[in-house]
Design a protein around this ligand. Sequence first.
Ligand code: PLP
Length: 478
Amino acid sequence: MDWKPSRHSDIPIYQQIVDFIEKRIIYGEYPPGSILPSERTLAKMLEVNRGTIITAYDVLHSKGMVERIKGSGTKVSSDFWGLTRNRIPNWNLYVESGSFLPNLPMYQHIQDEIQERSLINFASGELAPDLTPYADFRHILSQSEFNHSLGYDHSQGNLSLRNTVADHLQEYKRIDCTSQSILITSGAQQALYLIVQCLLHPGDSVAIENPSYAYSLPLFRSARIKTHLLTVGEQGVEPDDIIALYKKHKIKMIFLNPIFQNPTGTLLSHERRTKILELSAELGIPVVEDDPYSLIPFSKEADTATLKSLDRNGNVLYISSLSKLVASGLRIGWIVGPQKVITRLADAKQQVDFGHSIFPQWIATEFLGADTFAGHLNHVQQRLLEKRNLLIASLERHLSDYVTFHAPEGGVHLWCSLKREVNEYRLLEAALRNGVVFVPGSLLGSEKGHMRLTFGRTETPLIEEGVLRLKQAFMMLT
Ligand SMILES: Cc1ncc(COP(=O)(O)O)c(C=O)c1O
């Protein structure tokens, strides 16, 4: 809840709370029968005394707007709408019966905590504010001429941006493509969504990595796609496992994040990349390569050749985005694939949102196309390496009794195995109480006893303090 009562108003605080809740009830935001936050929770949310909330709820009760239920708090009255008894839709039923499934509750909980509290953030898969190129953005906004149409644009995305992305892919990833085979999306996330919705059918089977970012997405279940898991080892997934899944479940697509995988940070070995491409061609099933991290290696030696750059048959649908290189809030991503597929996905994107907003596309075109991009990339790589090193040093100094890990060679995530048996969810709650947040491994599909620490999002001076807070959380439980 963003709203807070004003301390400078002449209206008493309890009355401001009454007015606020009354309006929410009247406008249908809190439908009849819905449970209101407990006195303690609401007091915390609004930063007032619990007594003030008790008074506010008493006033609402005397007006007949809420009912007090012994033992279970306060709920909106079922019949305050008066004698005419207007029929109110059963919103709960609607909310539960949609075919698009909600995020996992633990995932929602982490998001809410991050939004509402000031925490040391090892959970969000993005860059820290100290890596966001604000000065470059200000320069673009003040110096570059905006001369694009403000009408609906091409459903594949703005042509200037698609040409710039094609040049970028050629220069940085040796991927040869033209503007016609690119679709601009709202991040890699929308690219995954469109592929699942348009190229698969309810009941189809696909292979995804375990653990993986894809596992955390209800996207597949919403589309009634069956996911089969490929275990991620130190060298990535094992090609033979793909054959086994194909034989057993006739999988129709393989979703991989081969370079600096989220969450394990692993790099699929070159040999396995080649083998997987061979398999894909042999079995005739496409690989969806999700590649947000390949431009963030920590050494020149890291072999970051994407599957797409090695693909000679057109078997790879390639996804990437600016979220981990520039800013996640730009919401710029892309898919590269056969024109037939891109046209189909662009048609779907048009139905979903009539194409991407021109403003982030314009900024992305200017940013990606500028001579300063290479310098920015180098800066991000160096700063992320510093963050990674600091996290590793802090883990070794303070948490070596509790976790083990492999140092990732790129990307933004570090995957930890817990040395002692600790319930990850209780650990998360203890961490939140200490003002730090991470992602429990099982949210990403792993077996018990793992956690993902994302160093990319944490401000550098806070990394060690974050690890100390995690240590306190461990100590509370062991
Ligand atoms: C592997 C992977 N794919 C896709 C995404 C979605 O990123 P975005 O939609 O911001 O580009 C993420 C974000 O964490 C990711 O790690």
